[in-house]
Design a binder for this molecule. Structure first.
Ligand SMILES: Nc1nc2c(c(=O)[nH]1)N[C@H]1C(S)=C(S)[C@@H](COP(=O)(O)O)O[C@H]1N2
Ligand SMILES: [Mo]
Length: 431
């Protein structure tokens, strides 16, 4: 066992250096950040002398820079020209069918679902994009959300999504009877083998806590129409969920009286009701650095359903050829965890599309135009630390999130099949 080494004097953010390094992350937003969540930023007063560099990540990920998770052969977003038109994946040709699932399966389902107004291609009643946008004029919502897969080591990106709450679209189906769930799927090359589908309960679709984010049919990302690569023209966005609920190239709703999730992911040994986990991620660090320079570490953190209290790191010096420890917590009960700094909010007016004001965003205070929580729920925040005075040697740094209930990652939901959140480690050598 190696003793944990002293990390030296760490974690400080120089507000001035920070501001001068990055135009979009300004003093104004720093001042505004403090009332949001005092304990996250309070460490700022302890050491003004050392600087963190500008945040290495843009706050909103450009649409083309998200990491992509897509099935299909060919992958639907690679279609062009006539094939894209035939797939109904252009703004003009996009249609959403809304019909019922006729299936009955006693004792689980004894009555089939019924709706007053099905929307079908055959009858010419399927929903088109113009109608959806029109609905958006009176009922549209906008919010910022992280995309993260159920079991991948790095958040996929963060976007400002705009669209119409699912509940408003379902109202178009008129009176309903025996509807307990909404099944939905996207374009899948007309091949049953390629279907990728998901589902929500009727309750989840219709009702959202006041001020909360509703599941929505999104048609704008970062102020632009959604491209095929990001799932456009219309994709589902389920704010509290991992990526598999946010079906791309959305085309079909089946309203069902089956209360069971039919998600493709459920059939792959995953928990289909798992929501986004609070989880911290470490940016790669160079394998070798100079012992005479301070070491800066940065990364991302997702604030999941249970929110985020802080991000912490633990540093230890190891023998050059030591095997990495599998499980940070159990392998190192003596680890000392210290807080990392959370980058403050950006200057919203600079990063939002020109026609979007922060006051209009869900999760923001309509008066101040600042987020109600920092980092924002279901959003990605960014953290950093600067370590000073480390001696030459090999080090391992581990980073974990502590959620709003005080659970440190990977708790309280350590099971991988409800969402990956292993404690990440980076190793580096100082000489
Ligand atoms: N139609 C369709 N939608 C889909 C998928 C897919 O393969 N097909 N992948 C899902 C998964 S598992 C994830 S993590 C997200 C990824 O979204 P992104 O590619 O925009 O980052 O899309 C989801 N939506
Ligand atoms: Mo995923």
């Amino acid at each position: 066992m190696h003793k944990p080494s002293s990390p030296g004097d760490a974690e400080a953010i120089s507000r001035r250096a920070f501001v001068s390094n990055s135009a979009a992350w300004t003093m104004t937003s720093l001042a505004a950040a403090q009332p949001i969540q005092a304990d996250i930023l309070s460490g700022a007063a302890t050491n003004q002398a050392t600087a963190l560099p500008a945040c290495p990540h843009p706050f909103l990920t450009p649409a083309e820079s998200f990491n992509t998770v897509a099935r299909g052969n060919p992958k639907p977003h690679t279609l062009t020209g006539k094939a894209l038109v035939e797939a109904r994946m252009t703004p003009e040709t996009w249609r959403l069918e809304m019909t019922t699932d006729p299936q009955v399966e006693p004792p689980y389902v004894t009555q089939p679902a019924r709706i007053q107004a099905p929307h079908t291609l055959k009858d010419g009643t399927a929903l088109d994009l113009e109608t959806l946008r029109e609905l958006g004029k009176s009922h549209g919502v906008k919010f910022i959300k992280a995309t993260q897969g159920l079991n991948i080591p790095e958040p996929l990106g963060q976007g400002l999504w705009e669209g119409v709450p699912l509940r408003e679209v379902l109202k178009l189906c008129g009176k309903m009877k025996d509807v307990r769930r909404i099944y939905y799927r996207g374009f899948h090359n007309e091949d049953p083998e390629q279907i990728f589908q998901s589902s929500l309960s009727y309750t989840q679709a219709m009702e959202t806590p006041p001020g909360g984010f509703p599941p929505m049919l999104a048609y704008r990302l970062n102020g632009q129409p959604i491209t095929p690569l990001r799932g456009g023209p219309v994709r589902m966005i389920v704010p509290w969920a991992h990526g598999f609920k946010s079906i791309k190239w959305l085309q079909q709703f089946f309203l069902t009286n089956d209360y069971r999730a039919n998600d493709t992911y459920a059939l792959q040994n995953n928990d289909p009701e798992s929501h986004l986990k609070t989880s911290a991620y470490v940016d790669p660090v160079p394998e070798r650095m100079s012992a005479s320079q301070p070491v800066t570490l940065t990364g991302k953190v997702i604030s999941g359903l249970s929110g985020l209290k802080r991000v912490e790191y633990s540093l230890r010096r190891v023998a050059k050829d030591a095997q990495p420890q599998e499980d940070a917590e159990r392998a190192q009960p003596e680890a000392v965890w210290k807080p990392c700094r959370i980058y403050p909010p950006p200057d919203w007016e600079q990063i939002l599309p020109p026609d979007v004001r922060p006051h209009q965003l869900l999760g923001f205070d309509a008066r101040t135009g600042q987020p109600r929580e920092w980092p924002m729920r279901f959003g990605t925040g960014y953290w950093g630390i600067t370590l000073h005075g480390l001696q030459a040697g090999v080090y391992e740094v581990r980073v974990r999130a502590v959620d709003g209930n005080g659970f440190a990652q990977p708790e309280p939901r350590p099971l991988r099949k409800s969402g990956g959140n292993a404690v990440e480690m980076q190793r580096f050598q100082l000489s």
